[in-house]
Design a protein around this ligand. Structure first.
Ligand code: OAD
Length: 277
């Protein structure tokens, strides 16, 4: 890896994807052996799949939830959190948007004394479930299914939970299929994550913050899933001099609109890039 010029001044916008959590032991989607080689996306991550077989969808999301709970932030997450703390003290503008649902950014921000809410989770968080009738969102620590797809009463211990949400008061599942039931309406809960065909969360914030961006850094994303894949294009349209940096170990992954490609793992590159070694 070439030694990158450290980020010095101006507004920084950081976008992350599954690759930043790879070194924490969380599977990516599109790398060799990734999730979409082992699962049919249409069976586990669409509203249609949930309508057809909520149990299949909940079993898949229970695996993601357990993996997220068992993982810890790595040097990439920690460097970003330190960068946020530093920017907060110097009033430098900085934005963090993630496509990840694992809450590892939120945990590392909280450990650095920054609100976990500073991370915009555009695909939702695995720690939150939502009533399928009234859309009320609940912090949800329960796993429901174990790694063998058997029913589970285990609770997550490490996930980050949203401060302004109520937590589910108790584990409540339907008797026939052991699926979670909402306390508000008594109907099915669903994971509060964004599935294919659904609009990402906080989209207006994600686009609004592009304005005024001087440095855009995409870390650990294949750059294939819209709308995040378009952010760099809009950064350059609004500021043709913006520095757009792409961090990824895969030399064949070269999306448009970036002027700097830093080949390497997030935990190696990001601390150097953010001057945090
Ligand atoms: P992908 O799985 O598409 O891409 C992950 C990228 O991370 C790949 O380009 C890898 O080369 C790279 N990578 C692997 N290890 C890395 C490391 N140690 N450091 C840095 N990069 C590494 O994941 P996303 O781009 O996040 O959406 O995928 C976007 C969305 O597609 C996900 O949020 C999910 C998925 O389907 C939904 O489920 C709605």
């Amino acid at each position: 890896m070439l030694t990158p010029d450290p980020i010095q001044q101006g507004k920084t916008y950081i976008l992350t994807g599954a690759g930043i959590s790879a070194e924490s032991g969380i599977d990516t989607f599109r790398s060799a052996g990734g999730l979409w080689q082992r699962y049919a996306l249409a069976d586990v991550c669409t509203p249609e799949a949930f309508a057809h077989s909520p149990q299949t969808v909940w079993k898949f999301h229970s695996l993601l939830k357990a993996a997220s709970d068992n993982a810890a932030p790595n040097a990439g997450h920690v460097a970003i959190a330190s960068w946020f703390a530093q920017c907060a003290s110097t009033r430098q503008r900085t934005v963090l948007v993630t496509q990840n649902i694992d809450t590892l950014h939120e945990r590392s921000l909280a450990a650095a004394g920054i609100s976990g809410e500073s991370c915009t989770a555009m695909h939702g968080r695995i720690s939150v479930s939502c009533c399928s009738s009234c859309n009320k969102r609940w912090n949800d620590p329960y796993l429901y299914f174990d790694s063998n797809c058997g029913t589970s009463t285990e609770m997550c211990r490490n996930l980050w939970f949203e401060h302004d949400l109520d937590s589910l008061p108790e584990l409540k599942v339907s008797s026939g299929d052991s699926l979670p039931v909402s306390p508000c309406c008594g109907t099915l809960l669903r994971p509060d994550v964004v599935w294919f065909g659904e609009e990402p969360h906080h989209l207006s914030h994600c686009f609004r913050e592009i304005s005024g961006t001087d440095v855009f850094i995409a870390i650990g994303t294949s750059g294939t899933v819209a709308p995040a894949s378009d952010f760099a294009k809009w950064v350059r349209r609004l500021n043709k001099n913006a520095r757009c940096v792409f961090v990824n170990p895969d030399a064949d992954c070269r999306p448009e609109h970036y002027c700097e490609f830093l080949r390497g793992k997030a935990s190696d590159v990001v601390p150097v890039l953010l001057g945090n070694v």
